[in-house]
Ligand binder design. Structure first.
Ligand SMILES: Cc1cc2nc3c(=O)[nH]c(=O)nc-3n(C[C@H](O)[C@H](O)[C@H](O)COP(=O)(O)OP(=O)(O)OC[C@H]3O[C@@H](n4cnc5c(N)ncnc54)[C@H](O)[C@@H]3O)c2cc1C
Length: 458
């Protein structure tokens, strides 16, 4: 049966559901199609469960450090892993239930559960239903990339989704991939009591960052007993009884590592291979990301792509911003563009890294003469009071204009405090604007005006 709507949205992820709300509020009839769980990656296998686990890992870490603060714990500090998992599962379930309640209040929205596939530019099949609309929005997200590394098919491995189903803490977790997802899982499992090795092909962890950030992050992880193996040029896998041997061919140290579990965290791939995009003529790039213009239109008029599947962002806040761009342009006659967005993100190890705009290396590459304000967390009062003094804060500005180009706070509350820099960048602020702000004492943020006033050529 063919059913006609004003709009079809494929994927109830971070952009799809709010878009369904806005379009339905504007009086459009909307079909929202989800093949698995409402909320997509963030709610079910990404941000929410991982940050809930990170919170449990932090509690364990602080309990072990209790004596440093004059707090006595009599008895052993243990991990009730079933409870750790149940807590995260409950938060994800609550979030899905809340989304369901929200969708049910959308007057003109019909929710379909099933896999959607294009049959033509304006037609999508979901099971027995053929849906038709002049506007189709893709919000199909992505999944863990399983790399074509030697032996990978012969061994059991975990991804960010399956690791959340573990019943017990692994004896030795080997994380393949030294980037954001891998580092978060690595540190939390170390704090849950596992031996952890992080294996990275490149010379540095989180290789996109300034080298001093990569080095400081490595130091933070190594202090907790995590083994980091970089320059693992030829990663390969083989079974070793119940365990897995991971060949790392590093330049020094043992040539392989024996793990009880392997987590593959080497990147993501978009869910566009089984969407029938060819039937609609929607173009993708060589990695499968849907090609979009600045306003997120695809190569086919009337089809937009939002969130991770367009390759223009890889975060919940960027997916949500895609929704805002598309909805405001369509419904309010706005002219918002994805290129207006200032890149910002966090790495949720402890202490976290909050990042915005360009790093030092990137700014120089872009041709800026730069100045840098810098301060170690050992000289941030709030960090000292909390006895959480690892890391540093850093501000990068244009030497000629004083414009703020970017910033990084690797340190306690860095994920929150970085917004002081971000908000000013949104208004094209300068280092003098920041230097003149009076921040609350005692906070991490209060040192931002200080480092803005102490910049030096770099
Ligand atoms: C371990 C991990 C931790 C993360 N932590 C953070 C974090 O702390 N902060 C942050 O900002 N981001 C984080 N992210 C990234 C964040 O989860 C994603 O950027 C975000 O979920 C992208 O939203 P989306 O709407 O584009 O896609 P998704 O949330 O993936 O939603 C896509 C939806 O489309 C559905 N779908 C796919 N194909 C079809 C089809 N053919 N038919 C019907 N439905 C379909 C999927 O089932 C899914 O529900 C993390 C990701 C991971 C993996």
């Amino acid at each position: 049966m063919t059913r006609r709507f004003d709009a079809i949205i494929l994927g109830a992820g971070q952009a799809g559901t709010p878009l369904a709300g806005r379009l339905s509020e504007a009086g459009m009839t909307v079909a929202l199609v989800e093949r698995r769980l409402l909320g997509g990656t963030c709610v079910n296998t990404g941000c929410k469960p991982t940050k809930t686990w990170v919170a449990s890992a932090y509690a364990a870490h602080m309990a072990r450090r209790a004596a440093d603060f004059g707090v006595t714990i009599n008895g052993e500090i243990g991990i009730d892993f079933a409870k750790v998992r149940a807590r995260a599962d409950q938060i994800a379930a609550d979030s899905r239930a809340s989304l369901r309640r929200w969708i049910d209040t959308m007057a003109n929205c019909t929710l379909f559960f099933g896999h959607a596939r294009f049959e033509s530019p304006q037609r999508v099949r979901v099971g027995d239903d053929l849906l038709e609309a002049e506007r189709i929005f893709l919000n199909v997200g992505g999944r863990a990339l399983v790399p074509d590394m030697p032996g990978v098919a012969d061994v059991p491995f975990l991804t960010n989704s399956t690791i959340l189903k573990l019943d017990a803490v692994p004896r030795h977790l080997v994380v393949v991939g030294g980037s954001y997802i891998g580092l978060e899982f690595g540190q939390m499992f170390r704090r849950f009591g596992a031996e952890v090795t992080i294996v990275e092909k490149g010379p540095k962890l989180i290789g996109r960052e300034d080298p001093e950030i990569s080095d400081a992050v490595r130091d933070i992880l190594e202090r907790e007993g995590i083994v980091v193996r970089t320059e693992a040029e030829c990663i390969r896998f083989e079974r070793a009884g119940e365990e897995v041997r991971i060949g790392v061919d590093c330049q020094e140290g043992s040539p392989d590592v024996l793990g009880s579990h392997v987590l593959l965290a080497v990147g993501r791939q978009p869910n566009t291979d089984d969407l029938g995009l060819a039937a609609a003529g929607v173009e993708t790039d060589e990695r499968g990301y849907v090609k979009v213009d600045d306003r997120l239109s695809t190569s086919v008029p009337g089809v937009w792509a939002l969130g991770d599947c367009n390759g223009r962002g890889a975060f919940t806040h960027t997916a949500y911003n895609d929704f805002e761009i598309v909805a405001d342009n369509l419904l309010d006659g706005a002219d918002r563009k994805v290129t207006d967005r200032i890149p910002a993100y966090a790495l949720y190890i402890d202490p976290p890294l909050g990042r915005v705009g360009m790093g030092e290396v990137e700014a120089k590459k872009a041709g800026h003469a730069i100045q840098v304000g810098h301060r170690p967390m050992t000289r941030v009062g709030r960090a000292v009071e909390k006895d959480e003094t690892l890391g540093f804060m850093k501000l990068v500005t244009d030497a000629d204009t004083g414009r703020i180009l970017g910033g990084a706070i690797l340190g306690t509350s860095g994920d929150e405090a970085i917004h002081g820099v971000l908000d000013l960048m949104v208004k094209d602020g300068t280092a003098s604007d920041l230097a003149h702000a009076v921040h609350i004492h005692p906070t991490v943020s209060e040192l931002l005006p200080t480092i803005a006033g102490e910049r030096k050529p770099a």
